[in-house]
Design a protein around this ligand. Structure first.
Ligand SMILES: [Zn+2]
Length: 416
């Protein structure tokens, strides 16, 4: 197990405790012990024992009472205790690295930005992330012993078994970076690694616009485009957690040439670099230098989004993205496609009506249920929030794959 020690996230609870915690986390307004027994099928005595242990360990808290229908004693409501545990989420994007401290319910306590991955080496980035994380824990006064671990959202593809980022196309200097082990050694935290788009989907599932949906796709718009898939309330990773690489879905036979050799791939059709080049070719922007970095492109893209004359370029991009989104929605029969990521706030006014119209009027399942386009409510930090949610998900989950992650090092009472 030597090579996997970085993945050994502490489980916060044994199986029955995890079942109770999971029920409580899905009911932010709180649940009584009677309701917990009904929901989980555990006996009233077991629920009473387990909730007492969870209260002792400060994972849950008593929050008010409700009167049952008819006669009976008032019932105490139980909720997660936000300050009971914390998670660190790190989002590595070519243009910015964000480090966020999340509480136990997934709210951001504080976040900071540090070196963008495209402007530094992996070693220097690991140092910057380590300093940012310890700075956040110190400045917020959080007890370091309550930090469950660190989640990393990064561009794929990955070798998930080894915790290695292979050779992300948008980070040409990166090749087989053992990010999980490097960060585990530098910080001492258990570290879990996932793709940016998958992490963003998990953030939506925990905290965002899609929290009430069991089936949706998150389309992550950043320096590149990726999809995070949630079906049946679970993040779908595929055989190696590399699912969701949709960038080369062809959406326009007359679209721009892609590095894969095809024309009209959906990824480049909504990448800032392509759109800035189109605006420059139309004389709306200064032409970026041939070796323009991601940050220069990002600044030009911000200027472009403010230009009324550039609107038709954005509309054409939205139409292409909408075709891709409809195909994915048809493939998976989801009820919503959620859009977000670092560039979303700049383009949502133009994109959202076009995306919504296409999904509502062209998807095959529309006569059975509407398929809607939603904008992420979590803002540009959605990747970092999702990275922190990876830690919470691993720590809370009742799924066998997560329970097998490794020995827990949190003091937990034995199962009842
Ligand atoms: Zn392509």
């Amino acid at each position: 197990m030597e090579g996997r020690r970085g993945t050994n996230l502490p489980r916060v609870a044994d199986y029955n405790q995890a079942v109770i915690l999971d029920a409580i986390r899905h009911a932010p307004e709180g649940l009584s012990r009677v309701e917990l027994a009904e929901l989980t099928g555990l006996s009233a005595q077991s629920v009473s024992n387990i909730t007492r242990r969870l209260l002792d360990r400060e994972l849950i808290t008593e929050a008010g009472t409700i009167l049952p229908v008819g006669r009976g004693k008032p019932r105490t409501l139980l909720r997660l205790r936000p300050t009971g545990r914390f998670a660190i989420g790190v989002h590595i994007d070519p243009t910015v690295t964000t480090v966020a401290l999340l509480d136990l319910v997934g709210d951001v306590v504080e976040s900071v930005r540090t070196l963008p991955a495209s402007a530094t080496t992996p070693d220097r980035l690991v140092t910057a992330i380590t300093e940012s994380a310890s700075g956040l824990v110190a400045s917020t006064g959080v007890d370091p012993g309550r930090v469950l671990g660190m989640g990393i959202a990064a561009p794929g593809p990955f070798d998930p078994g080894a915790g290695v980022v292979l050779d992300p196309p948008l980070l040409p200097e990166w090749s087989r970076v053992g990010l999980r082990e490097l960060l585990h050694e530098a910080t001492g935290y258990p570290v879990v690694l996932h793709k940016d788009a998958a992490s963003a989907a998990l953030a939506e599932l925990w905290r965002g616009s899609a929290a009430s949906l069991a089936d949706f796709v998150f389309l992550y718009l950043g320096t590149g485009l990726g999809a995070g898939l949630v079906l049946g309330g679970e993040l779908i990773g595929g055989s190696t957690d590399n699912a969701g690489e949709i960038g080369h879905l062809m959406v326009d036979a007359d679209g721009p040439r892609c590095r894969c050799g095809q024309r009209g791939c959906v990824g480049p059709a909504c990448m800032p670099r392509t759109l800035v080049a189109e605006a420059a070719a139309a004389g709306l922007l200064p032409r970026p230098s041939s070796d323009a970095g991601d940050r220069e492109i990002d600044e030009l893209f911000t200027a472009m989004c403010r230009l009324p004359a550039a609107r038709p370029i954005l509309e054409r991009s939205a139409t292409r993205l909408a075709r891709g989104a409809a195909t994915i929605a048809n493939l998976l029969d989801v009820r919503a496609v959620v859009f977000g990521g670092p560039i979303w706030d700049r383009i949502s006014d133009v994109f959202l009506p076009i995306l919504n119209n296409t999904l509502l009027t062209t998807t095959e399942a529309r006569k059975v249920h509407p398929v809607t386009a939603l904008g992420s409510s979590l803002g540009p930090d959605v990747g970092a929030i999702g990275a922190g949610c990876l830690v919470l998900e691993h720590s809370f989950s009742t799924r066998p794959s997560t329970l097998l992650l490794g020995p827990r090092d949190d003091q937990v009472a034995a199962a009842p």
